[in-house]
Design a protein around this ligand. Structure first.
Ligand SMILES: [Zn+2]
Length: 96
């Protein structure tokens, strides 16, 4: 495997010597030096990252909105980890 030709990028080269993200940027004529968002390899990693963000979030009043936003992201990541979209989860509720 060879690495992306963009300096400091540690992703695997896929297209024209660049990783997918940098290849797409090069095609669009976008800035190649801007940082690429870190992709989570697994659903567990994504869930874990958002749980850690909740734990690290300050509990003062100014952070209430951010905390609520993070709670929604935890719920979405947990459903994704359990391999259930919210719609699927709802349709699978036991009927009474
Ligand atoms: Zn790259």
């Amino acid at each position: 495997m060879s690495l992306c030709s963009v300096s400091d990028c540690l992703e695997e080269a896929r297209q024209a010597g660049r990783c997918f993200a940098h290849h797409k940027r090069a095609c669009r004529g976008q800035d190649l030096s801007a940082p690429v968002a870190k992709r989570h390899r697994t659903r567990f990693e994504a869930l874990w990252a958002v749980v850690l963000a909740v734990v690290a979030c300050p509990t003062d009043e100014a952070s209430d909105v951010e905390l609520e936003r993070l709670k929604v992201r935890v719920r979405m990541a947990a459903l994704r980890y359990a391999d259930k979209s919210p719609r699927y989860a709802r349709s699978q509720q036991p009927r009474t």
